[in-house]
Design a protein around this ligand. Structure first.
Ligand SMILES: [Zn+2]
Length: 485
């Protein structure tokens, strides 16, 4: 794919872009991407051009040449920070931390793939009272892979159509965020605005791999501890309506492998106590889900859709306007393995369940319920955790909370209709919240279909540009919050 061979962002091109000049020269044999081609075409906003340039770096976690592309993303962010005049440093999360994280998250298989250190860009805007606790804006620079044939345009070409929709992997998740943060700072710096608290901006790798070799390692470093973070912002999701979503918590992912043993035999015979009978009992329970009266009420508002293959159910909350996906616990059967040939009844089947526990519920109670399913399924069924997650704390959205008040009053100023939600999947916010740092997930993307990880992920340039306006007000509001810390 042509984009996969795109050269790193060249400083000469970035300079022209960052200064807001029209770029009219050819760079590396290519004409600079966005040029006012005739007198009727307005020049593109330099922030949009910068955003598109970032999208063109195919920084897929563990993709082909991922280290080279990670390095390009890091270089790009450093170049922008230099252009704005923001001091930055590079933090290498070293392998010795991996063993700590291994112990915490017990994910040996994933960690064993890693050889080099990962790099985190840390940008600092020192406050006038650096003794106060700081504010952190975090984003990840890695993106998920694409199915090129399913895209209308090359996913790493940052094509902009006639409506201003910019197509590209990472447009929503979450390359928009750091450009908002940096462009807002560029404007604030020009107007001489100072913050009382120190503001940090981080660009981390590997969020899409679970963050265990990115944010989870970073928070173990002395450098992170020295940052003394009081409050953080991370990514949110788009919202197709007028409203904007803000995320104050996350569900906990539990991936469970259940082994159901049974009697083997010839495929022509009546065989008692087979593995598949146990699988059938287990699936009947898992797909029904009810976890008590509370969930019965929730499920009465949900419609259950069957999907072909082994990805069996999704719960859609069409009739439940008060509940969102993140508020409820979901279970999907994601893998079923077993059998050796067509005429032998196997001695076991293995079923993998992807369970997402709502932070509103008692996780121990859910786990007891799952164990009960195994007991009922039949003798010898065993359970192994592929991934086990703690229950993550939720961030206050009460008006008495100074951080929420600063956030929400700024949103009011921009007449934003906020929808408070639990993030249905995982982000790096969970690592921060686990440390007791309040963290909101916020990507101000309204009137935008949710297309993260999907084909044709895109973002309209007007929505993107409005995000900068919002952050121009949000950053001083947060960095001047008056609390006792
Ligand atoms: Zn993301």
């Amino acid at each position: 794919m042509a984009s996969a061979q795109s050269p790193p962002a060249k400083k000469s091109r970035s300079k022209a872009v960052l200064n807001g000049d029209s770029c009219t020269e050819a760079v590396n044999g290519k004409t600079c991407v966005q040029v006012a081609t005739n007198a009727d075409t307005p020049a593109e906003d330099p922030a949009v051009t910068l955003f598109r340039e970032y999208i063109r770096i195919p920084s897929i976690s563990r993709g082909d040449n991922y280290l080279q592309h990670y390095a390009e993303a890091v270089k790009f962010i450093q170049t922008v920070a230099d252009d704005i005049g923001l001091p930055h440093e590079l933090i290498e999360v070293i392998r010795s931390y991996i063993f700590t994280v291994l112990a915490i998250y017990n994910n040996v298989e994933h960690c064993s793939q890693v050889t080099p250190a990962n790099k985190i860009v840390l940008i600092t805007v020192e406050g006038t009272h650096p003794e106060l606790k700081s504010v952190l804006l975090n984003s990840h620079y890695d993106v998920v892979p694409v199915f090129p044939d399913c895209w209308k345009y090359d996913a790493f070409a940052a094509h902009k159509d006639e409506n201003g929709d910019i197509y590209g992997r990472g447009t929503q998740d979450m390359k928009c965020c750091i450009i908002w943060h940096l462009e807002a700072l560029r404007r604030l710096k020009k107007s001489g605005v100072k913050f009382s608290r120190t503001l940090y901006i981080t660009a981390v790798p590997d969020e899409e791999m679970g963050g265990m070799l990115g944010m989870a390692l970073f928070i173990k470093t002395e450098r992170f501890k020295k940052m003394n973070v009081a409050f953080a912002l991370d990514e949110g999701l788009a919202n197709p309506t007028e409203a904007m979503s803000v995320y104050y918590g996350e569900r906990s992912a539990h991936w469970i492998e259940v082994t159901c043993p049974g009697n083997p035999g010839h495929g022509s015979r009546f065989i008692e106590n087979t593995a598949v009978e146990k699988v059938e009992k287990l699936l009947r329970q898992a797909l029904a889900l009810p976890t008590g009266a509370k969930d019965q009420v929730r499920m009465s508002n949900a419609t259950v859709h069957s999907v072909c293959g082994v990805c069996v159910t999704i719960y859609r909350l069409e009739g439940a306007p008060c509940l969102k996906l993140g508020d409820v616990t979901t279970i999907n059967v994601t893998e079923i393995h077993g059998g050796i040939t067509h005429n032998v009844v196997p001695n076991k089947f293995v079923v993998v369940l992807d369970m997402r526990f709502s932070p509103h519920e008692d996780h121990q109670e859910i786990l007891r319920m799952v164990q009960g399913w195994l007991d009922e399924a039949g003798e010898g069924c065993t359970l192994k955790f592929i991934q086990e997650s703690p229950k993550y704390p939720m961030t206050s959205t009460d008006d008495s909370d100074p951080w929420w008040r600063a956030f929400s009053t700024t949103c009011d100023k921009h007449s934003l209709k906020l929808e408070k939600e639990i993030f249905p999947a995982g982000t790096d916010s969970r690592y921060l919240r686990t440390l007791g740092i309040p963290c909101l997930g916020f990507s101000p993307l309204n009137h935008t279909p949710i297309l993260l990880h999907d084909h044709n992920e895109r973002l309209n340039e007007r929505v993107f540009l409005r995000g900068i306006d919002i952050f121009v007000d949000l950053l001083p509001a947060l960095c001047n919050v008056e609390t006792t810390v």
